[in-house]
Design a protein around this ligand. Structure first.
Ligand SMILES: [Zn+2]
Length: 339
């Protein structure tokens, strides 16, 4: 079936294909994602930056892009690349960012806009029309630029090296977010890329209503750029009925497993075999309060949780994610558990 034509005369599929082909031609990458990654890394290299935290203003200077602050948000956006006098300019909203470069969100937003510049340089100004030709093409370009931003701020080779120098633990993950000067979420998206056909799952003991039992449930999952993205992943609130170790639900006692733990993720009729490494996770902030419960619509449980790094069986890099970190409190607790 032929897709309906858009106002610019190209189908969403055509627009995506044109962008993809131009990127591949320009960079020699295998696809659009690897192309944008190559181009962003090449730009980083040109600025002479080798170690985190990676700064974005040298990249903008290198690309000859000036930036200025504007009072209003542009088309509801925090920042936007504007074509002016035949050149490119970055307009940053003072509503969203009253002070320059002080937040991690600023860094991600500006890195995302820089990725748009990379795209314009590689595909030509027509990429703007192509992106605006349909919702699908627009989302494709946005996702590509998010990926470019992630690669600028958290180049995976640097992340791999930094993780290898540490243990996979809650502390090291928070340290890595500081080292790369990115948000916790941005760091997790980067880490998920080191897990082939997998991602990260944060589990916490909580319940979402008074009717629910307080038990280990999925709090969030991170698979944004990894190939696990299209796979059935577990929605927030799923209990360990959906994550099995053999016939048993996954539990804190499995922290004792030092090697990759074979798990089965079950959602409806679909099931995936994965290999997991896990560490204990103590929640910080957002502790239970009456207001929180009302506003967020759930009743917060205890502070205990687990962070699971999962990959396809045999693909979990134990040099990075191995050596599960148990703390003594958990081991004490595990002795009393019968799960
Ligand atoms: Zn964008």
């Amino acid at each position: 079936m032929r897709l309906p034509e858009t106002h610019s005369g190209v189908t969403p599929g055509d627009a995506i294909q044109v962008i993809n082909d131009a990127l591949v031609r320009k960079s020699g990458g295998a696809d659009a994602k690897s192309s944008i990654r190559r181009l962003c890394h090449a730009a980083l290299k040109e600025t002479g930056q080798r170690k985190p935290p990676f700064k974005i203003s040298p990249l903008l200077r290198l690309a000859g892009v000036d930036w200025s602050y504007e009072d209003r948000r542009r088309g509801n956006k925090d920042a936007a690349i504007v074509l002016s006098d035949g050149g490119l300019r970055l307009a940053i909203s003072t509503d969203s960012f009253p002070r320059e470069g002080v937040s991690r969100r600023w860094r991600f937003t500006v890195a995302h806009e820089f990725a748009h510049v990379v795209l314009i340089r590689a595909v030509g100004a027509r990429v703007v029309d192509l992106a605006n030709s349909s919702k699908k093409a627009y989302q494709y370009v946005e996702r590509l630029c998010d990926y470019g931003a992630s690669q600028i701020l958290v180049p995976r080779a640097n992340l791999r090296k930094a993780l290898r120098e540490r243990n996979f633990s809650q502390k090291s993950i928070l340290d890595l977010a500081d080292l790369f000067d990115v948000s916790f979420t941005a760091l997790m998206w980067g880490l998920a890329d080191l897990l082939p056909q997998g991602g990260l799952l944060l589990l916490r003991e909580y319940r979402r209503s008074a009717q629910e039992s307080r038990e280990l449930r999925v709090w969030s999952s991170y698979t944004r750029y990894s190939s696990g993205l299209e796979e059935p992943w577990l929605p927030k609130g799923c209990t360990m009925k959906h994550i099995r170790v053999g016939e048993r639900p996954l539990g804190f006692s499995h922290l004792e497993v030092r090697d990759g733990l074979p798990i089965k993720v079950v959602l409806g009729k679909r099931a995936r075999q994965l290999e997991a490494a896990m560490v204990d996770w103590k929640s910080r902030g957002r502790t239970a309060s009456f207001l929180n419960e009302r506003r967020l619509g759930y009743i917060q449980g205890g502070e205990d949780g687990l962070l699971l790094a999962c990959a396809a069986p045999g693909k979990l890099d134990l040099e990075l994610f191995g050596g599960n970190q148990c703390n003594s409190t958990f081991l004490e607790r595990c002795k009393d558990q019968t799960i």
